[in-house]
Design a protein. Structure first.
Ligand SMILES: [Fe+2]
Length: 190
């Protein structure tokens, strides 16, 4: 996890800084109602294990989160460079939108970049990687891009079995930000 935010300097200009320490990231995100956790499986499991095995290995965390957040289903999504119609799929994620339910993702493999646009503050970016759990509350304006390797495998939890429905803001705010990932060497926890 790496989090990039804008902040006002003492001279009044805007500066960018990067948070990579887990507790610092979690504290920053909590101000916006976003949960960030690190999950470890009950037993060692390969990132390319079947979906059922992945869900079982993280069953304890999934069940606890379901109880906390009213999530009724969990699945595993796989996105790879060879995924059919990948560009069409990614274009749905990469425009600013919000949902009627929480967006919950636990990253098993690969990386991705969430941009979050709080109602009362500047946009910030969160790069997620394997082991990261993120919960973006319903109604939060955000968008999502893959990193350069266009690979992500993630557990998703849903409150509504109808699944993922975006409401686009058409604000154009997303066009002012390039989806720049730092990469695994940079975001390795210090
Ligand atoms: Fe979303």
């Amino acid at each position: 996890m790496a989090l990039v935010r804008l902040r006002e300097s003492s001279a009044g200009s805007r500066e960018t800084d990067v948070l990579t320490e887990g507790a610092e990231v979690a504290a920053f995100l909590a101000r916006f109602g976003i949960d960030y956790e690190r999950w470890t499986p009950d037993h060692a499991i390969a990132a390319d294990a079947p979906a059922d095995a992945i869900l079982a290995a993280y069953g304890r965390e999934i069940d606890a989160l379901k109880t906390r957040g009213g999530y009724v289903t969990a699945d595993v999504i796989d996105v790879k460079p060879e995924t059919p119609n990948l560009d069409v799929m990614l274009a749905k994620f990469s425009r600013e939108h919000w949902h009627d339910e929480d967006e919950v993702r636990f990253i098993i493999e690969g990386r991705g970049l969430f941009h979050v646009h709080p109602a009362d503050g500047p946009v910030f970016a969160i790069e997620v990687e394997a082991g990261d759990l993120i919960r973006v509350p319903r109604g939060t304006h955000h968008w999502f891009d893959l990193c350069h390797d266009r690979r992500i495998r993630a557990i998703r939890l849903f409150q509504d079995t109808a699944g993922w429905t975006p409401h686009y803001t058409d604000s154009g705010v997303d066009k002012g930000f390039e989806p720049v990932c730092f990469g695994p060497a940079y975001v390795a926890r210090r």
